[in-house]
Design a protein around this ligand. Structure first.
Ligand code: FAD
Length: 501
């Protein structure tokens, strides 16, 4: 790294997303006299607003894009530098930005987020959604589209297929059920009717204690249609901006070029084999295309289940790749299997004085039995806050223990217009066959699943307005032996809150 260091800061944070901004806020509040720099590629920063602690570990908040001046006004010792970091030299403790400036640091925190893991980087018909720009591009393309293909089974895919109207959606998932990242086949079965109807049906509660869901076979497909107009209901690039977050689709119109309100077909247990344009479509393949592919589409996609679909464009929603590139060359960062920067229980990377938080990092400390990392908004905030706390503690020679928020995984969100709460090992993650499930489901109203291990509650999925989150969180944290209660735990006629008072 040639050139002269323009200025050295006590703390430098890279990335104006939720992790970076929270880290800056924590450092600046804890050590107001310290000189802090926030280097970020995007023009805006992300701010947490309307923060609400729902229970001991569950939190809810909104996220707003704000001009960085708001932060600088609040923290006089903060300097925001709008440029992307292009290289880092951990030996000399300096960073170079793309506009050719060199900055020094005493302690650095990398919060550069991730970017969509695209099926292919070079195809103009394959889009990822990450930031405001990519969401706007998606909206523009969608407004002229008659059919899109969504590939992926995480949160973004789930939200998209539910929100998009006026355009046929073919949804390719590699699993046996939708939403595999967040819940099991039973919950998927509960949610699926929402793709076909506008209003949830109400039905008598039914209590189920084991899975009865039939999984779709490999290559099977299901179609769901909701057509508000006709009232017919049938069966159903390297980015630099911050990631979007909760409710990212509110405020943008996700309408295609057709009259239909919603028409989603799910292709289960398949992946993308090939993407080609109509010119590249082999003659042999042309013959085998069904009537649904009549006419010509700008792009075709062949799935591993042997089906080929034409569409206007493909949305690749298959996860994120941590944004580590600018920091790696010449340094010795230990990387995790998912390519994130490995961090220990103090959010420190393997390089001295370099911390990391949010989507860019992989938590490599020995996790508690009820926590796992997921690249989510809440964890970006918690990690950013905790990293700031650890950096300040180091400078102040204070000792610090792993924060309580890493005791229990908890996430609150909305899917298909239902409130969804996930606690602990909600999918029996890592428990092997050594666990039991209790289920209660009322079609269209609620889905409650409890994961028990050795008689103790270790996880839960709560869909709908169950009002059980706080009680279950307590039961999980208390590690109470629930064997004596058995199935009564989910008896809808018992007020469980009173029961454990
Ligand atoms: P980011 O928000 O990605 O911020 C990274 C920052 O680093 C940006 O400011 C960027 O400009 C900057 N940067 C990158 N490279 C450089 C560089 N070289 N130099 C300088 N600056 C750089 N999570 C939920 O919990 N709930 C949801 O409902 C939800 N929905 C989502 C929907 C979408 C469409 C997407 C894309 C994500 C969603 N997420 C959701 C995930 C959530 O947004 C991320 O986990 C979270 O934003 C990660 O925050 P971060 O600060 O680590 O990274």
């Amino acid at each position: 790294m040639a050139g002269r260091v323009e200025r050295t800061f006590k703390f430098v944070i890279v990335g104006g997303g939720i992790a970076g901004v929270t880290c800056v806020e924590q450092l600046s509040s804890q050590i107001p006299s310290a000189e802090v720099a926030l280097i970020t590629a995007g023009p805006h920063i992300k701010a947490v607003t309307n923060y609400k602690q729902v229970s001991k570990t569950l939190e809810e908040f909104d996220v707003e894009e704000r001009p960085s001046s708001v932060l600088e006004e609040k923290f006089p010792n903060l300097t925001v530098i709008h440029s992307a970091v292009q290289s880092l030299d951990t030996q000399s403790h300096s960073l170079e930005t793309t506009d050719g400036r060199l900055f020094g640091y005493e302690k650095l925190c990398i919060c550069s987020g991730g970017r969509p893991k695209l099926l292919t980087e070079e195809n103009p018909y394959v889009l990822g959604i990450r930031d405001t720009d990519s969401a706007q591009e998606f909206q523009k393309r969608l407004s002229k589209a008659k059919r899109i293909i969504v590939v992926g089974n995480g949160g973004i895919a789930l939200e998209l297929v539910y929100e998009v109207e006026g355009c046929e959606v073919i949804w390719a998932v590699k699993d046996k059920a939708i939403g595999n990242t967040f819940f099991d086949a039973g919950a998927a079965q509960f949610l699926i009717p929402s793709l076909e109807a506008d209003k949830p049906e109400s039905a008598a509660p039914c209590k189920r204690h084991r899975y009865t869901t039939e999984e779709p076979a490999a290559g099977a497909s299901q179609t769901f249609t909701a057509d508000r107009n006709s009232q017919q209901h049938g069966a159903g690039p390297t980015e630099t901006g911050s990631a979007l977050g909760p409710d990212w689709h509110e405020g943008i119109n996700l309408r295609g070029a057709q009259q239909v309100s919603r028409r989603v077909s799910v292709e289960y247990q398949c992946e993308v084999e090939k993407i080609f344009t109509s010119e590249e479509l082999p003659d042999s393949q042309q013959q085998t295309l069904g009537p649904e592919n009549a006419g010509s589409w700008p792009v075709y996609i062949r799935l591993t289940n042997g089906k080929t679909f034409g569409c206007d464009f493909v949305i690749s929603a298959t996860g994120v790749v941590p944004n580590t590139e600018p920091f790696l060359l010449g340094n010795n960062f230990a990387l995790a299997d998912d390519a994130g920067l490995q961090v220990d229980e103090h959010m420190m990377t393997s390089e001295p004085d370099v911390y990391a938080a949010g989507d860019v990092c992989t938590a490599c400390w020995e996790h508690g039995p009820l926590w796992q990392q997921m690249r989510l908004w809440t964890q970006a905030r918690q990690m950013g806050w905790y990293a700031g706390h650890c950096m300040a503690a180091r400078v102040l020679s204070e000792t610090i223990e792993l924060d309580f928020c890493f005791e229990l995984f908890s996430h609150i969100t909305k899917f298909f217009n239902y409130k969804v709460v996930l606690l602990g090992k909600f999918n029996g993650q890592g428990l092997g066959p050594d666990h039991e499930l209790l289920l209660r489901c009322t079609k269209g109203l609620e889905y409650v699943k409890v994961v028990l291990s050795a008689g103790r509650m270790v996880g839960a999925v709560l869909i709908g307005e169950t009002d059980l989150e706080e009680t279950f969180e307590n039961l999980i944290l208390n590690r109470m032996d629930l064997t004596p209660y058995g199935e009564e735990l989910l008896n809808p006629d018992i007020d469980i809150e009173d029961y454990f008072d």
